[in-house]
Design a binder for this molecule. Structure first.
Ligand SMILES: O=C(O)CCC(=O)C(=O)O
Length: 238
C-alpha cells in the first residue's frame, strides 16, 4: 500500500480501498450469511423492535455478531491477509481480532446513530474493516463519516432518535463537524479508526439491501480509556 494511504488515514480517520474483494468473493460471503440468517436465531442477534413485529424489517434481519465463534468461514474471512495487512498498515501496528459483525440493513430499515467505536469498545487503537456486500449509496443508507473526527478524542454521548437508529446511543456531534456519505461498490472496503465518527441513516429503498461484513481489530499495543460514563455507550439503554 502506498504511504499516501496511511497519511490520508491519519489525517481523515478513514480510508477506502476499492475492489479489495472481487464480485465472486462478495457473492459467496453474501449468500453464506443470507442462508445462515434463515437458520433462525443466533447468539448476540440484535436489531428490531420486537413490539413492531413485521413492521420492523430488522426483526427478520437482526445483525449478527462474533459469527467466528460458531462459523468457520467467518474465521477465514476475518483473517483474510488483504484485510489484516491493510488494517495493520493503517494503524501502524500488528492487529488482532476484536469482533466480527454482519449487518443486513434490508429495505425500509433504520440505520445506526452516528458514534465512535471507542464509545463502545474502551480500548484503543482499534480499526474497522467494513466490506460492502452491496452497492451503498444515499438511498440505501450508505456509511456516513465525519472526516478529521479521529483527532477529537472520545466525545460525549446522548440518547439517539430510535425512529432513525436501531441502537439507542449517538455521539453529541461538535458544531463544526461536517459529515460525508461514502458511495461504495461491492468489494470495496472502508477502514476507519475508533475515534472516527460514523454511522448511517435509514435504508429508504423498497428493494435494495445494504449488507456489510465488518471486522474490528485491536492494535497489538493497546491502551484503556479512562472510566467516564459521559463518553460511554454502556449507560445508554433502549
Ligand atoms: O453499517 C452501519 O450502518 C454502521 C456500522 C458501524 O457502526 C461499525 O461498523 O462500527
Amino acid at each position: 500500500m502506498d504511504s499516501n494511504a496511511r497519511m490520508f488515514f491519519d489525517e481523515n480517520g478513514y480510508y477506502v480501498k476499492h475492489s479489495l474483494f472481487n464480485r465472486d468473493e462478495v457473492a459467496e460471503i453474501r449468500d453464506h450469511f443470507m442462508e445462515m440468517r434463515k437458520e433462525g436465531e443466533k447468539p448476540g442477534d440484535y436489531g428490531g423492535d420486537a413490539k413492531k413485529g413485521d413492521a420492523d424489517p430488522l426483526n427478520k434481519f437482526p445483525r449478527f455478531i462474533n459469527m467466528q465463534k460458531w462459523d468457520t468461514k467467518t474465521d477465514v474471512w476475518q483473517s483474510d491477509p488483504r484485510l489484516v495487512s491493510t488494517a495493520s498498515t493503517l494503524v501502524g501496528d500488528d492487529v488482532n481480532l476484536c469482533q466480527t459483525m454482519l449487518y443486513f440493513k434490508p429495505p425500509g430499515s433504520r440505520g445506526q446513530g452516528l458514534h465512535q467505536d471507542n464509545q463502545y469498545i474502551r480500548q484503543y487503537p482499534i480499526i474497522a474493516a467494513w466490506l460492502a456486500l452491496d452497492r451503498c449509496d444515499k438511498a440505501n443508507g450508505q456509511m456516513i463519516i465525519v472526516p478529521g473526527s479521529n483527532k477529537l478524542g472520545v466525545l460525549p454521548v446522548q440518547q439517539a432518535d430510535m425512529a432513525r437508529s436501531f441502537t439507542p446511543g449517538e455521539t453529541i456531534i461538535p458544531e463544526e463537524a461536517q459529515e460525508i456519505g461514502i458511495d461504495m461498490e461491492p468489494g470495496d472496503v472502508l477502514f476507519f479508526g475508533g475515534f472516527t465518527i460514523h454511522g448511517s441513516y435509514s435504508n429508504e429503498t423498497t428493494d435494495r439491501f445494504r449488507r456489510v461484513f465488518i471486522v474490528h481489530y485491536y492494535a497489538a499495543h493497546l491502551e484503556t480509556l479512562p472510566e467516564d460514563p459521559s463518553t460511554s455507550m454502556a449507560g445508554v439503554s433502549r
